[in-house]
Design a protein around this ligand. Structure first.
Ligand SMILES: [Zn+2]
Length: 178
């Protein structure tokens, strides 16, 4: 099922400790998504280090079907070469610009891709056809927010990121991810 908000996700998946970076129910929810070979062979895995390709994605089991569908959509549309970098899925951390609001990444419910050319606050450079492959599979796209984050596709809506000025006022350097 898809949680419509990150608060719903917190109820479904249980608490995450942002200090110790631990999620007690990780083993119950996280699974491996096998990436189709035609995509894996072109999709550089920046999250795992240089020279790696994206053969597997460790993600929430609730995201397994939509992720598989999005990848199938990409294959069907012949857009696999538009997937340049995989920039991470599961990472226990708050939303960009917050110290307490969980990112969908904390539950393995978001994917970052082509980060180098879709930085937060910049005009996204993904093709509408590629975006459609994800949104038609149920993902929310970060590029649709007032403060754009084009690399970010999530399977639980996190709300709108706070404006950059509030992050700077809070003394938080904006991360390149959200
Ligand atoms: Zn992200």
């Amino acid at each position: 099922m898809k949680c419509e908000t990150i608060e719903q996700a917190a109820l479904r998946y249980g608490p995450v400790n942002l200090v110790s970076r631990q999620w007690r129910h990780e083993a119950r929810w996280m699974v491996i998504c096998d990436v189709p070979p035609r995509i894996a062979s072109v999709w550089k895995n920046v999250a795992s280090g240089r020279g790696m390709l994206t053969h597997r994605i460790y993600c929430n089991r609730d995201m397994l079907s939509p992720l598989t569908l999005a990848l199938t959509n990409i294959l069907d549309a012949g857009l696999e070469h538009e997937l340049k970098t995989f920039d991470g899925c599961y990472e226990i951390r708050p939303c960009r610009g917050s110290i307490s609001v969980l990112s969908a990444h904390a539950y393995g419910l978001a994917i970052d891709l082509n980060a180098h050319e879709n930085l937060p606050g910049h005009e996204p450079r993904l093709s509408p056809a590629l975006i459609q492959c994800w949104t038609s599979a149920g993902f929310d796209w970060g590029g649709n927010r007032p403060y754009k984050n084009g690399m970010h596709f999530s399977y639980a809506w996190e709300g709108n990121a706070p404006p950059l000025s509030s992050m700077l006022n809070a003394g938080l350097a904006p991360s390149h991810r959200a």
